[in-house]
Design a protein around this ligand. Structure first.
Ligand SMILES: [Zn+2]
Length: 405
């Protein structure tokens, strides 16, 4: 893996002043979020002079973060404006999405382009934090080589509560983890210049969809992710709801039926035992592991008219609608994104979800909540992990100077 370093604490050249740093971050943020933009568009968005934009862009080019090209052809009259886009050989982050049955990693460039990816099946066998750290570190090295780019940071999504500052997974019942110092374990396997961050899968999913996906422009949104576990990433008044120790949104462990199936958290009848992937397979009469492949097969069969499969999906839709009713009563979101296998439930049984929501939400017809699919499909958490990893660079582009060679 090639290296990066921070200028902080070194004898590097003087840092730009605060306004310049702010403006560099604004330009890189715009290009990261919206892709290539003309200098004219950047000038309008930043509200600064054209020459200032030219100078800021020159700095970002020198840092190896963006590049400019002059559009050719077209029918525009007069001098064309330069187009500023992510640098074609710029640095990347490595995003990792750790789930119960597999770990997916990707090298992601500025602008969100996935340059290379890999998935390792981990099976039902509960895997340790040490093993996951080893897998992610190996994938980061391989993806850096495959993409030929410098890795600045690694962001990891996990299906459990996360204390962001200490990069510790508090509790991940489906992995059997408690107080796992995943960030430290991973950092110890990477070069010290590579920043490591860790976040909860639902929190990162809503981050990705809010910034670049189907929740963009929405100040009050909930992303409900359904895989083996179930959780919610919540944004209220434009700000993520984390709770005291990163435990907010664990709706998968709200008890729906006190006499229901045992949950890995130790209780019975938690929501995820009613609508999670294992429940879907059981209701559909399947006995395989709750892998993406097995879950996709249930949805495929339901689409093809298999009654048991469709009945399982519709039953889950009813429980899901009830859970959404409780969420709507508590948070009053404008939009709810249904991710993971819940996307399949929405596609096949939207009516059942909406009927239950109607039944359980308070005054539901007054401000109907929008139920939408995630733009990033099953990759919301992965893309959110990339966003988390990019935070340092996007906040202060000049703080990271890439070492060439
Ligand atoms: Zn539980």
């Amino acid at each position: 893996m090639s290296l990066s370093r921070s200028q902080a604490g070194t004898s590097a050249p003087a840092r730009p002043d605060a306004i310049r740093q702010h403006n560099l971050a604004l330009i890189l943020g715009e290009v990261h979020r919206d892709g290539a933009l003309t200098r004219a568009e950047l000038t309008t968005r930043l509200g600064v002079s054209r020459s200032t934009v030219g100078s800021l862009v020159a700095d970002l080019i020198a840092l190896g973060l963006v590049e400019e090209r002059v559009p050719s052809g077209g029918d525009r009259v007069g001098r064309p404006s330069h187009v500023v886009g992510p640098h074609s050989t710029g640095p990347v982050v490595v995003a990792a999405d750790v789930d119960v049955t597999h770990v997916t990693c990707a090298a992601v460039g500025i602008g969100g382009e996935v340059l290379a990816r890999s998935t390792v099946a981990t099976g039902r066998r509960r895997t340790t934090p040490q093993h996951v750290a080893k897998l992610v570190a190996a994938a980061a090295t391989a993806l850096a080589a495959e993409s030929g780019r410098t890795v600045l940071a690694v962001g990891v999504s996990v299906p459990g509560t996360v204390h962001r500052q200490t990069r510790t997974v508090g509790m991940a019942p489906n992995l059997g983890w408690r107080d796992a110092r995943l960030g430290d374990l991973l950092a110890a396997r990477l070069e010290p210049q590579v920043t490591v961050t860790v976040g909860n899968d639902a929190d990162l999913s809503v981050l990705a969809e809010l910034r670049r996906g189907s929740a963009r422009g929405c100040d009050d949104v909930v992303y409900v992710i359904g895989r083996v576990g179930v959780g919610a990433g919540i944004v209220v008044n434009g700000a993520p709801l984390q709770g005291r120790e990163g435990r907010a949104g664990e709706i998968g462990h709200n008890v729906v039926d006190t006499g229901g199936p045992e949950c890995h958290c130790g209780k019975r009848g938690c929501l995820e035992t009613m609508i999670g992937d294992a429940a879907l397979l059981t209701m559909a009469g399947r006995h395989g592991e709750p892998t993406e492949h097995e879950v996709a097969a249930v949805f495929d069969d339901a689409r093809a008219g298999d009654e048991a499969a469709l009945s399982a999906v519709r039953t889950i839709a009813g429980y899901l609608g009830q859970a959404l009713g409780n969420l709507v009563n508590t948070l009053d979101p404008q939009r709810v994104v249904l991710g993971g296998s819940l996307s399949g439930v929405l596609e096949l049984a939207r009516g059942d979800i909406e009927d239950a929501l109607e039944r359980y939400a308070f005054d539901p017809g007054h401000h109907p909540v929008e139920l939408v699919l995630p733009r990033f499909g099953v990759d919301s958490a992965l893309m959110g992990a990339a966003e988390l990893a990019f935070a340092g660079l996007l906040g202060d582009p000049a703080s990271t100077q890439v070492l060439v060679g």
